[in-house]
Structure formats: C-alpha cells, structure tokens
Design a protein around this ligand. Structure first.
Ligand code: TYD
Ligand code: MG
Length: 453
C-alpha cells in the first residue's frame, strides 16, 4: 500500500510546506495553512498516464501537429473569453460567487453543445428533479444531455465510462469527494485530488471538462493556485447582485488571450448575451451635470465605452478623503497630484470620490484622461459636453501620451453617437476618421481641460 505523506498548503497562494505555520512564508497571509495527506508513490505513473505520450523524447519536427480543435459553445460571449471557442480535451474552471449564474450558464450552453456532442452534466448541488425543472425553465431539453446528481468521484468516473460523453460538466468541485482521501469535501486536499482526477480523464480520453468552483469570501476559488495551475483556462464570473449584468473574464488561458470580457444579462429565462456593452454602460447617463466624462478603453480586442464620475468637495479633514471605485486608487491619487501641479487645481483642499459606472474596472492607461477630466469638471463645476469622449494616458509632467488601437476606439466612439473626442496629439497621424466625429488632438493636460470645459 502506498505510504501517505502529510504536507501543508496555503489556501491563498497554494504554497506547499512540510510543517504547519501560522503565517504563510510565501504570501504572508495568516491562518491560511491547511493539512493535506498526499499518497506518496504513484505520482510518476499518474504523470505518465496523464500526458499520454511515449517515454522517449521526440524531435519537434517529427511530432505530427495536431491543431487544437475548437468548437463553439453557442454563446458568442463565452467563446470570445475562451479565445474563440472551447478547445477539445481542455479543462475549463468557471469560478464565481454563489448565485452569480455559473450553473445557469453551463446548463444553457448544453443546448447548442448537444447538437453534435454528448454532454454529461454532473451536479453535486441539485437533484435530478431540480435540474430538470431548471432546464425546463431555460428551455434546455436536448436528447443527448445526460444528468447525474452525484458527489462521489468513483461513481462519477464509472458513469463517464458508461455514458462516454464528449463534454463533462462538474458543478461544483467543492461538493465532489474522493473516498480514498479522508478530508471533507471542499477542503483543499479534496478539491486538488478531484481536479487532478478530472484532468487525467480529460487528457486521456479527450473529454472537454467544465468545472464550477465557488469563490471564498476573499474572492479566490478555494485553494486557488492549486486549481489554477491544473486548469487550461480559468474564467471568473463577476457581477453585482443588485444589477442584472454579469461579466465573464479569463484569469488564465493556455489557448488565448486573457484580456477579453464577456457580458451577460440575467433575465427571466437565464442569461442573455450583451453583444454591445458600451450602450449598456452608458445607459441613464446624466446630461449637463458636472463631474462626468466618457472613457473608451480596450477590453481585449474590443473597445468599450464607460462613464467615469467624480465628486470633488471641500474637505473638512486635515488630510483630504479620496476613494476610487473601478479605477486604481493609487493611480487616481497620482493623477490628482499631476492635476494640482500641472493644471493648477488646488485638490489638496478637496475630498475626491471617483466611480466608474456599471461595475467595469478601468485598468488601462487610456482611462487616465477621462478620470482627470471628470475630476476637473467637478472641481470647476462645469459639465463636459455630453457628446464628448476622452482617450489618453497622462504622464507625470502632465503630457498626454499615445495609446494603442486608437482607430478602433474612435470608431466605437463614433458608432455610439458621440460628436467629439479628445485624443493624444502623438497618435493623431494615420487616423481613419469616422464620419461626423470631430477630434481634438491635445499635447498636455492644460490643453485637454481647455477643450473639455
Ligand atoms: P445559478 O446559476 O444557480 O448560480 P450559481 O450556480 O453561480 O450559484 O443562478 C442563480 C441565480 O440566478 C438566482 O439568484 C436566480 C437567478 N436566475 C434568474 O434570474 N433567471 C433564471 O432564468 C435563472 C435560471 C436563474
Ligand atoms: Mg450553482
């Protein structure tokens, strides 16, 4: 019998250590180290099986190039985040807070997947009857969809053998347990074991596996790195419970970019794709109010427009208060210092609150200028023209620096009915100017404020 070895894992960063400690030596988190009993011995064998290749090294030129085979999931927004469709034989981890819509999304894609593939949906959370009710409500009743309500890993693998599906969906990894492992379902040890087994099944039999993972209170999938390094693709489903909009983003993708976002709306009959997010993000924008400016950022290959709001008011504290939602706090503080020094705004005597509407995070340099214009607009209490958008990175000397994909951005700005756009002067050559859009190339912050206000 194989000997068991006890190791300890950090649930935050996945760091492995031989003894328990109060503080993780790798990431510095407290009380995150948990015990994991690992079977010593068959590791080598498992690795070999999982790779499924011969033991001798081959010349790269001799290896027949099997192109990755992609197929569509029937949801263009999901395909986009996966890098142009799901890759056959890959393992995709879908993480998100409870109730965000993970089960709904995966059940919905079954409709299109089943048109030419066999799908096995394993749920450890709902009974077959509950799943049937949900599927009926979503209108997902294809012939080649098999449902199994089970939490024991060996029973699941038996069923996989019987059904022989092309696609396996496991909802959720935290409910599945391996009976050879003593720890309780949902523990790092179980989650790691079960994901490893599913990965082996996926690689050996060429089954595409979608695994649902719940996120813990800190926003990480339980045992995050332990799972992330095994999966080919890690997607996070985000959204605010108060709004029906959901964003799907890739945190890791072996077969594509991780910059893309997918946008969905939770409706009465499940998730509906939102192919035009800019329109949605700009909905209900106040007109003629000071302290708002429209930004255009690249989310992967797609330009997205979003509204930035700022409120600047006289402070009653020694140190002014600043908050930033949807934009990096330190960057916001830095931009305000630039505005103070280079544009003469006495912001040190004012509190400033910045907010990006619609739950989007603007983590791209092109959003600097609209943020600072929103602040300037609130500071001077003068509105930015409601048909004006701004694009540009702001440097420490107050210069406006060039951004990537400007043609795509201004095309989107024009498509959404804007009349004016402030852009960096350095970028203004070789532009395909869309009809009806007037551009204002600017060199520095002063010029930009002059144009906007
Ligand atoms: P669910 O997919 O069960 O979430 P998860 O698997 O991520 O925990 O989604 C549950 C939520 O979605 C629940 O609050 C109800 C809502 N919902 C709708 O609004 N419309 C629908 O058609 C469905 C199926 C769910
Ligand atoms: Mg669920």
């Amino acid at each position: 019998m194989a000997k068991t070895k006890t190791v300890f894992f950090c649930t935050e960063c996945g760091n492995e250590s031989p003894k328990w400690q109060g503080k993780c030596p790798a990431c510095g988190a407290w009380n995150t180290i948990v015990e994991h009993a690992e079977k010593a011995g068959p590791v080598k064998q498992i690795r070999r099986e999982s790779i499924g290749a011969s033991k001798t090294a081959q010349k790269i030129t001799d290896i027949s190039h099997n192109h990755e085979i992609r197929f569509t999931t029937g949801m263009a927004e999901l395909d986009r985040v996966l890098g142009g469709g799901a890759v056959a034989g890959s393992l995709v981890l879908v993480g998100g807070a409870p109730g965000i819509g993970k089960s709904t999304l995966l059940l919905q894609i079954c409709n299109s997947l089943c048109s030419n593939k066999k799908v096995l949906y394993v749920s450890g959370e709902e009974s077959e009857k509950q799943l049937k009710l949900r599927a009926e409500r979503l209108g997902v009743l294809p012939d080649s969809l098999y449902i199994l309500s089970e939490i024991c890993l060996s029973d699941i693998t038996d069923t996989i053998g019987d059904v022989n599906p092309d696609i396996l969906i496991v909802d959720s990894i935290q409910t599945i347990y391996n009976e050879n492992n003593d720890s309780s379902p949902g523990s790092v040890s179980q989650v790691k074991d079960c994901t490893m087994s599913l990965m082996q099944i996926s690689k050996n039999q060429g089954i595409t596996v979608f695994v649902v993972g719940h996120i813990n209170k800190d926003g990480a999938i339980a045992g995050p790195k332990v799972l992330e390094h095994m999966a080919d693709c890690v997607l996070y489903f985000e959204g605010d419970n108060n709004t029906p909009y959901r964003l799907l983003r890739a945190a890791k993708n072996r077969f594509g970019s991780t910059n893309e976002i997918g946008v969905f709306e939770m409706a009465d009959r499940g998730l509906v794709e939102v192919p035009n997010p800019s329109q949605l993000l700009l909905e209900g924008r106040p007109e003629g109010a000071s302290g708002t400016c429209v930004a255009c950022v690249m989310e992967g290959t797609r330009p997205v427009l979003a509204e930035v709001q700022a409120l600047v008011s006289k402070t009653s504290f020694q140190v002014p208060r600043r908050t930033s939602d949807g934009f990096d706090y330190n960057r916001a503080v830095l931009l305000m210092a630039v505005a103070e020094k280079r544009a003469g705004m006495k912001l040190s005597a004012f509190d400033a609150y910045i907010n990006v509407i619609g739950g989007l995070s603007l983590d791209e340099p092109g959003a600097d200028l609209p943020v600072i214009l929103a602040v300037a607009s609130s500071y001077r209490d003068k509105p930015v023209h409601c048909k004006l958008a701004a694009i540009g990175e702001v440097g420490l000397t107050g210069e406006i620096r060039s951004v990537t994909h400007l043609n795509q951005r201004i095309a989107e700005v024009a498509r959404l009915g804007f009349d004016y756009c402030i852009i960096p002067k350095n970028n203004s050559e070789k532009l395909d100017l869309p009809d009806g859009l007037t551009i204002y190339p600017v060199r520095n912050l002063m010029e930009a404020i002059e144009v906007a206000l």
